[in-house]
Design a protein around this ligand. Structure first.
Ligand code: PMP
Length: 286
């Protein structure tokens, strides 16, 4: 099926959508992105993603080419046009196409590039992976130091996924100074003695929109939450582990570097948090 995508104000068939070879996203990874999930044909946590987008743009001194209400309308139109019931909407903004390749930023009259497309994912909420859990390896975190900005420089996370695949696993958790930072495309958690432990917010990790929601729901459900760094050894010795992201929601992790975590099956805390997250998010989806 040919998707309808959005490029700089126009809705186009995907095979007619183009971006310049001089686009700074292409040449310098000078761009930011967001991924918003769709359940029941509605957007999950759109406001959170829009706010983080504005923050990422601000941190990079990049102009926001679209008002939030117009952005919402573009998301909704793409959901309608592509008949998405469950899936994802990918959004990318770059600093635009300058006249030539040049490290310095182009002048303010260079319009940013804005691209959105949908990914149809039937069965996203009822994921078979969530029932068995996933296996991760640990790798050194070799990314840059501003991981709080959601940039499109995703080469190291891609390498990490390939390292995981080569090891017969599903994902990699990255480690810096002896502690887990986050997954290649998700935030990492362990559960010990009923307490949910996840790394505190800083420039070292992306401030996950799903993380914020899940921690809020956990606290509302009287679960204890501790925001601090944890080690691989601590994770291997935990009762449970899981990760969160907009595309996987809450995903149990059952093995780390070949060692089973807890019983080696999805634990009750991760399973319960996934249910709460999906239920509560559906209620307020727009
Ligand atoms: N950390 C990283 C490195 C990510 O790429 C992502 C997903 N984009 C997350 C965390 C999770 O963020 P969110 O819950 O907003 O999808």
């Amino acid at each position: 099926m040919t998707r309808t995508v959005y490029v700089n104000g126009k809705y186009l068939p995907e095979n007619e959508a183009t971006v310049s070879i001089f686009d700074r996203g292409f040449l310098f990874a000078d761009g930011v992105y967001e991924v918003t999930s769709v359940l029941d044909g509605k957007l999950i946590d759109f406001d959170g993603h829009a706010k983080r987008l504005a923050r990422s743009l601000g941190e990079l001194g990049m102009r926001n080419p679209i008002e939030t209400e117009d952005l919402l309308e573009v998301h909704r139109e793409l959901v309608r046009a592509n008949n998405i019931i469950e899936g994802l909407i990918y959004l990318q903004i770059t600093r635009g196409a300058a006249a030539d390749r040049d490290f310095t930023y182009p002048s303010d009259d260079t319009p940013p590039t804005l691209v959105l497309f949908t990914q149809n994912k039937p069965g996203l909420a009822d994921s078979p992976m969530a029932k068995v859990g996933i296996k991760v390896i640990s790798i050194e975190d070799q990314r840059w130091a501003r991981r709080d900005i959601k940039t499109v420089q995703l080469l190291y996370p891609s390498m990490g996924k390939m390292m995981a695949k080569a090891a017969g696993c599903d994902d990699a958790w990255m480690v810096e100074d002896g502690a887990v930072t986050e997954g290649t495309s998700n935030n990492a958690y362990i559960v010990k003695g009923g307490k949910i432990i996840t790394r505190h917010l800083s420039n070292d990790i992306l401030h996950g929109i799903t993380r914020a929601a899940v921690l809020r729901f956990a606290r509302e459900a009287q679960m204890e939450v501790e925001e601090r760094a944890f080690t691989v050894a601590e994770a291997q010795d935990a009762d449970e582990a899981f990760f969160t992201s907009a595309s996987a929601f809450v995903m149990p992790v059952v093995e780390l570097d070949g060692a089973a975590i807890g019983t080696g099956a999805p634990g009750p805390v991760a399973t319960r948090l996934r249910e709460i997250y999906l239920d509560e998010s559906r209620k307020v989806a727009i």
